[in-house]
Design a protein around this ligand. Structure first.
Ligand SMILES: [Fe+2]
Ligand SMILES: [Fe+2]
Length: 417
């Protein structure tokens, strides 16, 4: 199993400084540098209309040397680095660019033959994109990561997560669990061994897998079996929520709320799976079911950080029938979605998790033409609130416009069998 601790250990809260990146993006011009050895690809980027729109400055560099000169000439907010460079390997260049510009957003472009670099770039990149990628796909990816980081790198969000020291990545054993998330070489046995060290996580996983929903007969009694049935991402994310709850050491009065939030997360995951009757992409549905487990973890962080004040806010959201995330924005200057997104970015979890969680109440900000993990998470969360309901806070309204655009009936949440 790959040990990514070296790259990841420096991805802590201080890495999310609000320095150069925010001030430069605040000027509303995003400077992108695309580095690749493939001249035809560079030409396609140079001539793409999408990169000639106001607000973008896109430069290209055919080598690592040219990239370094370009950075010295003028700042870049976003780096896109191709896997095949004539004078350097992509990993070394990404390290150099991170040193030169720590707050930059960094993308790796890789081909099938270059897959071995993936495990070496943990902590160095914000998103990895498989070739061939069109200029349109690249620009969408950059916009998605950019708006997400602008949302989560806000002082209000950063201070809430920084204050919650119990969740910082250096706390063992969370780090060992997180390390498996982006490790393509992690085997089922590795994850089983890591999860097995945490009795509360094991108990919850076995409890979940033995419910009728997953079609088992209630006789699953090992983590290995649970992993076969639920999948590695699902089991890992469930273990993360349990560990986070344990590490936060909430006061006894808040336990009931925390349990209700985690129960709702499992229900959201199950509604995500039920959506396979409406969405034919099986991989996307599976991804949704595991991401859903994490979607409201920011609420637990707010409970730890704000205590009874947040519990009262939840009550107010019920009384005023206002979605809780809107009241969080009014009162704390940010919502649980951004808090969760920041935490997961700090932990080095995959970008798709950071993005979907950050925008699950405003999926239109990053939504794609078809169903994507963010829009689906929004729908699954809404369906869970409509059907199972959490009584301690007011959930969310449906983005009907988005639902209609994607061909989903506004009544879809009531149409499950
Ligand atoms: Fe939420
Ligand atoms: Fe939720």
């Amino acid at each position: 199993m790959n040990n990514g601790s070296e790259a990841r250990s420096d991805l802590d809260a201080s890495d999310f400084g609000l320095g150069g990146f925010m001030s430069s993006v605040g000027k509303k011009v995003v400077s992108v540098l695309v580095v690749d050895g493939d001249h035809r690809f560079l030409d396609s980027i140079r001539s793409a209309p999408v990169f000639h729109q106001p607000g973008w400055v896109v430069r290209i560099a055919p080598s690592a040397d040219a990239a370094e000169s370009a950075v010295k000439e003028a700042r870049a907010d976003v780096f896109v680095v191709g896997g095949s460079l004539p004078d350097s390997d992509a990993v070394s260049l990404l390290k150099k660019l991170k040193e030169l510009s720590p707050n930059s957003l960094r993308f790796l472009l890789y081909s099938d033959a270059e897959k071995d670099v993936l495990s070496k770039t943990q902590g160095l990149t914000h998103r990895k994109i498989q070739k061939p990628a069109t200029a349109g796909e690249l620009s969408l990816a950059i916009r998605q990561v950019l708006v997400t980081h602008l949302r989560i790198r806000r002082p209000e969000v950063a201070s809430i997560v920084r204050d919650t020291k119990q969740l910082h990545v250096n706390t063992q054993p969370m780090q060992e669990l997180l390390r498996t998330a982006e490790d393509p070489e992690c085997e089922l046995e590795d994850l089983a061994r890591i999860v097995s060290q945490h009795p509360t996580a094991v108990a919850t996983i076995l409890q979940v897998v033995n419910t009728a929903f997953y079609g088992t007969l209630g006789d699953v009694d090992t983590i290995e079996e649970a992993l076969q049935i639920l999948g590695m991402d699902f089991v890992r994310n469930l273990a993360i929520t349990e560990l986070a709850k344990k590490q936060l050491r909430l006061s006894p009065g808040l336990h009931e709320l925390a349990n209700a939030i985690l129960q709702h997360s499992i229900e959201t995951s199950q509604y995500g799976l039920r959506m396979k009757s409406m969405v034919k992409n099986v991989r996307l549905i599976q991804q949704l079911s595991s991401i859903a487990l994490l979607h409201d973890l920011g609420k637990l962080v707010l409970l730890a950080s704000k205590g009874n004040d947040y519990a009262d806010l939840m009550g107010q959201s019920v009384d005023s029938n206002t979605p809780c995330w809107m009241l969080e924005r009014e009162n704390y200057g940010c919502d649980h979605a951004a808090v969760g997104g920041f935490l997961f970015a700090m932990w080095g979890l995959p970008e798709v998790i950071v993005r979907s969680v950050t925008w699950h109440h405003q999926p239109e900000k990053v939504a794609e033409d078809g169903f994507c993990s963010t829009s689906l998470l929004h729908f699954a969360n809404y369906a869970a609130h409509c059907n199972s309901g959490v009584s301690c806070y007011c959930g969310d309204r449906l983005n009907e416009e988005l639902a209609e655009r994607l061909g989903l009936s506004p009544e879809f949440a009531y149409e499950f069998e």
